[in-house]
Design a protein around this ligand. Structure first.
Ligand code: GTQ
Ligand code: FE2
Length: 364
């Protein structure tokens, strides 16, 4: 801003100092930072390789016991643009959790909500509000906000799963409460897999059940049904941007599984290269099957089974599967938050036939 005729540079300096001393700030020197023409994120696109995740998780198992206080054996994925802030994107916490045969993680509850996406192992469990949810590869298990949860592995094999939490968002909103359960484990007061018995077939629900909260009443989305749904849709249609993509739904509402997080499963068919687009939400992906690449803002991230990667908000991205085998991606997204606040936008990449030019490749 230009100075008014009467003002001197000295008078202006004194004025700014006085403002600061009185805890005031002028908008006119901050407009460009506060109101960028479009989102300017510090979140960087990044990829974590399965070979690292798996070997470091195993080392954590050799070194670190699971005790009350530490609560969980979890390795969080830290975005290199947000170092020191314990977050994978600005809103999402993604991690791997490792549980060895015979181990248990203590019961607790917190206002941040969580999902588990099972990567490896069959038959361990998460107990959620008195219900034992038995977990296997490809299952999606929810622990909605403020639900008691503890984990246990009574099998002969180590279990590893992806955790997804809205922890960074809830922390930024100063909405975090945490409470340890008075005992190490919670009592199982409901039949095993109770929510699956009531809601597991999706197209029908018990007539007497009322919707109690904003989270899905189905706590375990079993892989065999997810896989069947994907296969059926593949015979029908696909999105030009996401290929054969499906959202896990709350059977009461048809909406996202949690008020803060949506979960997707998508099949990128052999030979497919999707068109690029960008959205105001961020997403963290886990490569469940196959290999391929995602181009994010012109950088190619080659991925294979087990890798995890983050797509920052308002970043151009497209997926490619150049192999002759199916690729399956699971993801968590903060879309419900953006949608609820009227902040959700998406835009298709129009230039160059809808495909970005690849200017670099991720080495990591
Ligand atoms: O399993 O309860 O990755 O409370 C972070 C916080 C997992 C859990 C995480 C948690 C948990
Ligand atoms: Fe937890």
């Amino acid at each position: 801003m230009a100075l008014k005729e009467a003002a001197t540079v000295d008078a202006l300096q004194v004025f700014y100092t006085d403002l600061e001393r009185k805890h005031l700030a002028p908008l006119w020197t901050a407009t460009a930072d506060l109101l960028p023409r479009e989102p300017k994120t510090k979140v960087l696109p990044f990829l974590w390789r399965w070979s690292d995740l798996w070997s470091l998780a195993q080392r954590s198992g050799e070194l670190i016991p699971i005790e009350r206080g530490g609560e969980r054996r979890v390795l969080a994925l830290i975005n290199p643009g947000l170092t020191g802030r314990y977050r994978t994107s600005h809103t999402l916490w993604a991690a791997v959790q490792y549980l060895q045969p015979g181990e248990r993680a203590p019961a607790h509850r917190h206002t941040p909500a969580a999902i588990r996406w099972i990567i490896q192992g069959e038959g361990s469990y998460t107990a959620v509000d008195g219900e034992k949810c038995v977990m296997g590869r490809g299952d999606l298990v929810l622990t909605p906000a403020w639900s008691w949860h503890d984990h246990g592995n009574d099998t002969q094999e180590p279990m590893i799963w992806m955790d997804g939490l809205d922890l960074p968002l809830v922390n930024d909103l100063d909405g975090t409460f945490f409470e340890p359960y008075p005992d190490f484990s919670q009592p199982l007061t409901k039949p095993e897999n109770d929510s699956e018995r009531r809601y597991g077939l999706g197209q029908l629900k018990p007539t007497w059940e009322k919707q109690l909260g904003p989270a899905s009443p189905l706590l375990n989305y079993k892989w065999n049904q997810t896989s069947e749904a994907l296969g059926r849709l593949a015979g029908s249609g696909a999105s030009p941007f996401d290929d054969v993509a499906m959202e896990f739904i709350n059977p009461h509402t048809g909406g996202p599984v949690l008020p803060t997080m949506a979960c997707w499963i998508q099949l990128i068919r052999p030979g497919i290269r999707t068109r690029a687009h960008r959205q105001t939400n961020s997403a963290v992906y886990q490569v469940f099957e196959g290999s391929g690449a995602t181009i994010i803002n012109g950088k190619r991230f080659d991925w294979k089974k087990g890798d995890m990667f983050v797509v920052p908000p308002w970043s151009w991205h497209e997926h490619a599967n150049p192999t002759d085998a199916e690729a399956i991606l699971f993801s968590i997204q903060d879309t419900p938050v953006m949608a609820a606040l009227g902040l959700y936008r998406e835009q298709a990449y129009e230039e160059n036939g809808g495909h970005q030019e690849v200017v670099s490749t991720f080495q990591g």
